[in-house]
Design a binder for this molecule. Sequence first.
Ligand code: CAO
Length: 475
Amino acid sequence: MAKKKDKKAKSKDKASKKAKAAKKPVLKVVAKKANGNGLPKVSKKAWGEDGKALDGVKILDFTHVQSGPTCTQLLAWFGADVIKVERPGTGDITRGQLVDVPGADSLYFTMLNHNKRSITLDSKSKEGMKVLERLVKTCDVLVENFAPGALDRMGLTWEHIHALNPRMIVASVKGFGPGPYEDCKVYENVAQCAGGAASTTGFHDGIPLVTGAQIGDSGTGLHLALGIVSALYQRKRTGRGQRVLASMQDGVLNLCRVKLRDQQRLAHGPLKEYTQYGQGIPFGDAVPRAGNDSGGGQPGVILKCKGWETDPNAYIYFITQAPVWEKICDLIGQPDWKTHPDYAKPPARLPRLKEIFERIEQWTMTKSKFDVMNECNALDIPVGPILSMKELAEEPSLRHTGTIVEVDHPKRGKYLSVGNPIKLSDSISEVKRSPLLGEHTDEILTKVLKFTPREIAEIKASGATGEAPKAQAAE
Ligand code: CAO
């Protein structure tokens, strides 16, 4: 009897549970959707305290000079374990380039290699290759920017790497993609010239110019980093690695996209927003150098500010954006231009830009660039003070956000660097100093690659790792 009652009670319970569940179907569906796509439950940890975006990703960093190192530095800031493989004795050539503090790694190197570990390896020796192959099997991504063919000549062809570790992503920076120039060695300014930046930079009556921003090297490093992260994401689905190629010519051309836009517009008539149009200078068949003209549809130029006679950076970029034209007229004391048929509408202003900007400059020359910035921004008029590197280095807001950071280095002392310019709210970047040459050789051989003490002794005796300084001596 008791058993029967129990059964009844149980079935009642079940029924009431079912009824209760039926009452909250909406909640159930919402909860399912929120946890969909195979994602784990939403973390309850405080923002920034649940690891880093790329935690667990191991990078075999075979990069040197600037383009490759900028890429792997970004990945390291996002939490990847970046193991930089360097040639014993010299390492990355930039360690010894533009040296300012004798005996210390140059700023060129330290500012491009934060948050990495360094192992020295002679990749051309038998024992060195043994270690490299173990690294290939252990890591998720190999990043390199050697001259075309160098990796193959070492024996690390894509086929060999893929056979050793089919999950490995092999990411390369090269000067050019496949084509007539694919075998060329390329540096920053070569890429700026070959990618369309130089032919469109400078004044129309002057020679082509390269820009200070390292769009060929650091720009391509950024492109490559995006390719790597995308390949890592695809690998989650396919389980296999792939090759990622970012050519410097392609990267620069991508950044010059608006100039290819103008090239095609030229076929339909002169580029009216270019200053040379207002000056009556005819256009040729290729996009000309536009001086300081704005790249968008809003005319803009660089104007002098108070103190320009002695301060090379007392200038401001001024944009005559159409929606704020009337405010500009009032600000510079030319209210009649608001209604005058020669100035009121953008098309009427185009042939008169030189005269208009000269008038605006009479006003900016009475003020400092920061006063112009403040007065214009209060009215939503877009302007840009020409900030020197000194001013940027001293700017408190950039220090506050970690875009400019002070780093301590055991051999050179404190120096300034640019921190991670990309801010993730749940993956906070800390900038750690760059490694000394071979500083982590032992640690990587032992803890990452799990070689036995006997194997390590053999590797070292062969000279494949050269002589590494002790980590402690570095502190
Ligand atoms: N152990 C032994 N040998 C090593 C080594 C190691 N750990 N690391 C590199 N090497 C060897 C390479 O195998 C290569 O040897 P081989 O030519 O005999 O095959 C050699 O060092 C030199 O490599 P490299 O040709 O890449 O170097 P480079 O200084 O002559 O050229 C650069 C530099 C940048 C022009 C070239 O690497 C290049 O064009 N890279 C692609 C484009 C690029 O990234 N440019 C941006 C550079 S930043 O401005």
